[in-house]
Design a protein around this ligand. Structure first.
Ligand SMILES: [Zn+2]
Ligand SMILES: [Zn+2]
Ligand SMILES: [Zn+2]
Length: 130
């Protein structure tokens, strides 16, 4: 059926920390809840909002480049040329951590909280907190 296509935004939301516990906040702007201490925090970042509104994206239907014009992510956009509607989804930010045993750099999605990791190179299990 006519599933809406998704395009990943190329503008990353800033990494912000919780004013109460100093832990990493979930990505995004507006009202967010700290997953570490449950604090409700209002975060905003005008420069990111501006970059989001001015972001240029290629329409997944006709490849024409359009300006998003929406200062929030995800955003529902409609191409003026081919009338395709698509979602502009938040950029998935990555972090790098080093394996404590072999020092290999591992890339993973940036998401707050504790994560159990098994190093693919040396099979050592370890945990990280963001
Ligand atoms: Zn917190
Ligand atoms: Zn189009
Ligand atoms: Zn390792």
């Amino acid at each position: 059926m006519d599933e809406r296509q998704e395009v990943e935004s190329s503008v990353e939301a800033p990494a912000l920390s919780c004013p109460r516990c100093k832990g990493m906040l979930p990505m995004g702007l507006g009202e967010v809840t700290c997953v570490l201490c449950d604090a409700r925090v209002r975060v905003d970042h005008p420069a990111t909002r501006r970059a989001w509104a001015e972001e240029k994206v290629a329409c997944p239907g006709c490849s024409k480049v359009l300006v998003a014009g929406v200062d929030d992510r995800p955003a529902l956009l409609r191409c003026g040329s081919c009338e395709v509607e698509f979602h502009l989804t938040p950029k998935q930010a990555k972090v790098e951590v080093a394996c404590p045993s072999c020092d290999r750099r591992l890339r993973m999605n940036r998401r707050p909280g504790r994560r159990e990791i098994t190093c693919p190179a040396c099979d050592t299990g370890f945990a990280v907190n963001f």
